[in-house]
Design a protein around this ligand. Structure first.
Ligand code: AR6
Length: 170
């Protein structure tokens, strides 16, 4: 089975087969990691995204990576945190599951994720990290072609949460 690790850094610099974008349902860009990915990939990314006509929360769509070192970008709109009673946890798991499926369909061996929904969308980090880790591990079992998944953490606090989830869930 493939391995999971964490990295402190900027996902736009990661040369994985696919990097994941914490997008919104329009797929037309925004702030946070979404803005960084669009800036680094160049305007061709927005043109391809426009043709996709959006994406539902919890689902995912794939584009090329253009000027990024990654071959593909997998765009997934995470849930906006509304207190936890609006199916947020299941929707966040669906994001990770959809991205792993799409990565496997496209023959990706290495995939890099940001911490989906825990920035602008305010999903609590301590709840999000174990959901992310568990769902990625299930995806690695289901998709043996994926050899490595990296959680790319933009701050030490994020990295601590993912490292903690990785060690406490075995
Ligand atoms: N590399 C890795 N992680 C990053 C980077 C980067 N370059 N930049 C930020 N992060 P967010 P969300 C981290 O807000 O909560 C956008 O406007 C960030 O520190 O990017 O899913 C979209 O268009 C945090 O840990 O995504 C949507 O409207 C994590 O990435 C909305 O924000 C996610 O934070 C999505 O909100």
């Amino acid at each position: 089975m493939g391995t999971v690790d964490t990295l402190l850094g900027d996902i736009t610099a990661v040369a994985a087969d696919a990097i994941v974008n914490a997008a919104n349902t329009s797929l037309l860009g925004g702030g946070g990691v979404d803005g960084a990915i669009h800036r680094a990939a160049g305007p061709e990314l927005l043109a391809e995204c426009r043709a996709l006509r959006g994406c539902e929360t919890g689902q995912a769509k794939l584009t090329k990576g253009y000027r990024l070192p990654a071959r593909y970008v997998i765009h997934t709109p995470g849930p906006i945190w509304r207190g936890g009673g609006q199916n947020e946890a299941a929707l966040l798991a669906a994001c990770y599951r959809s991205c792993m499926e799409l990565a496997a369909e496209h023959g990706c061996k290495t995939v890099a994720f940001p911490s989906i929904s825990t920035g602008v969308y305010r999903f609590p980090l301590e709840l999000a990290a174990p959901i992310a880790v568990r769902t990625v591990r299930e995806g690695l079992q289901r998709h043996p072609g994926i050899e490595r998944v990296t959680f790319v953490c933009f701050s030490q606090a994020v990295k601590d949460a993912y490292d903690g989830a990785l060690s406490s869930t075995g």
